[in-house]
Write a protein that binds this ligand. Structure first.
Ligand code: ADP
Ligand code: MG
Length: 458
């Protein structure tokens, strides 16, 4: 059958227009601007998408809607096939549309794509495993890479160590570079930015410095929590920010905590960071850890029995970097002794990575119990509704300590304190922090409580 007999393009156009009405502008820009109709076959429409990451996301989010709408329009079932194909580099040329490919579309693999020469080639979207903990950050990052300077500008990605901040921010650089290598994309850590700035003053070359950072299309600054309390560097970044923002140039920052919790940053720089989209990365859950570890194993072209993968993922709960550490250590050991890894060997070799007495022992209820005791209250009073000073203050201290010494998010802490909102926890944290500055007895009291909590034997 000649494939030109089938032409579902009008249906496709109608589907896209209906979807456009159903979803937000941002979502539409994020997912549908980068899709291209390719061809039709017998009860099938072939659409090209830019990467497997994209394909998975679109399939999960929109495929049922697309297929149902097609059914309503055509009266029969039409299958959608997403093929991965890099988009043509120049987005706005007037070239005549390419004739539909006669042969099947080539599956473009990562290996053929050219990453940014100065970025880590491993830090690409196709190697970033998506789970509930990171899907929003990953999707937003991908949208940014595809349409820099538009929907999410600036963007700040925050989360603890080893959760993928550097991976994502560099993936944005790599992906944007693949789409148009002509763009000027600069990645820098806040620390390097600071050092270069100081050097530029010393060498009287601030013009060169300004040129480097203010004449870019995409500026990626990693780890802004390392910005020192130095006023001058922050000033410089503030002005860089304004210049780029006014020119609609994309900026992405990463930080190890919400900006509101950055202590050394000036208010006006903080307000700039908070201006755009702020997204967080949480630690991956068990299923996501399994998916990540399996992907890493596959990338290394080795096999490791599922039982061992499960053992690692059950015990290494902190972050992805620790998962990688466990894997590297096992591989090194296996190479060294030239033996197959058994469950016992894995357990023995990874013992220290498995034990996280800190995170395991310290629960929110332990903190509540000890703080309540200290102030001669009950845990229930601490979690209850009363807002008298005698209760509200210890409650704020408990929340502060919870944030300081556990990995629980403000949402989780809020929930455990009688279902309060996460903003209440943030507010409490801020209050105590301010009070520490004016009340010299508070810090030692808190330190005493923290020691008591940490030394508590279960
Ligand atoms: P951070 O900058 O937040 O400290 P990184 O981006 O350096 O963390 O991530 C640590 C390691 O974990 C990197 O090797 C990265 O590739 C890997 N990693 C993090 N998140 C994921 C993920 N979702 N899928 C695959 N690898 C990940
Ligand atoms: Mg990092």
């Amino acid at each position: 059958m000649n494939s030109s007999q089938w032409d579902y393009k009008p249906f496709w156009i109608e589907v896209i227009s209906q979807i456009n009405h159903e979803i937000t502008e941002q979502e539409y820009v994020m997912w549908f601007k980068n899709m291209e109709y390719r061809s039709s076959a017998d009860s099938e429409i072939i659409i090209s998408v830019p990467s497997s990451f994209y394909k998975d996301q679109v399939t999960k989010r929109y495929l049922p809607f697309i297929e149902n709408t097609l059914y309503d329009l055509s009266g029969h079932k039409i299958k959608i096939t997403f093929n991965i194909q890099k988009r043509s580099k120049k987005k706005h040329t007037n070239n005549k549309e390419k004739p539909p490919a006669k042969t099947s579309l080539k599956y473009s693999t990562n290996l053929k794509k050219k990453n940014h020469p100065r970025f880590n080639a491993e830090y690409i979207f196709d190697k970033f495993v998506i789970g509930d903990n990171n899907s929003f950050a990953a999707n937003a990052s991908f949208a940014i890479a595809k349409n820099p300077g538009t929907a999410y500008n600036p963007c700040l990605i925050y989360g603890g160590v080893g959760l993928g901040k550097t991976h994502l921010i560099q993936a944005i650089g790599n992906e944007a570079y693949q789409d148009s290598p002509g763009q000027k994309i600069v990645y820098v850590t806040a620390e390097t930015f600071t050092n270069e700035f100081i050097l530029s003053i010393r060498e009287k070359s601030s013009h060169k410095f300004k040129n480097k950072y203010r004449k870019v299309d995409i500026l990626l600054i990693d780890d802004v929590h390392f910005l020192p309390g130095k006023v001058e560097t922050q000033e410089e970044l503030f002005h860089t920010f304004n210049a780029l923002y006014d020119a609609n140039k994309q900026m992405v920052f990463t930080c190890d905590r919400p900006v509101s919790e950055l202590k050394t940053i000036s208010d006006r720089l903080r307000s700039r960071f908070e201006r755009g989209l702020n997204v967080d990365l949480q630690p991956p859950n068990y299923e996501t850890r399994i998916a990540i570890l399996k992907q890493k194993i596959e990338n290394k072209n080795i096999t490791i029995p599922d039982k061992i993968v499960e053992l690692i993922c059950k015990n290494v709960t902190t972050n992805v970097r620790d998962l990688e550490k466990a894997l590297t250590r096992l591989i090194a050991y296996a190479d060294l002794v030239n033996k197959e890894i058994t469950l016992e060997i894995a357990q023995r070799q990874l013992k220290d990575l498995f034990s996280h007495p800190y995170h395991k022992k310290i629960t929110l209820s332990l903190i509540q119990r000890i703080v309540a005791d200290y102030f001669s209250l009950s845990s229930n009073e601490l979690k209850g509704k009363k807002r008298t000073k005698a209760i509200a203050f210890p409650r704020q201290i408990s929340m502060y300590i919870s944030r300081e010494i556990t990995e629980y998010s403000t949402t989780e802490v809020g929930l455990d304190f009688g279902g309060r909102d996460h903003t209440t926890v943030m507010h409490a944290y801020q209050k105590i922090e301010d009070k520490i500055k004016t009340d010299p007895t508070l810090e030692p009291t808190i330190q005493h409580l923290i020691r008591t909590i940490k030394n508590f034997k279960v």
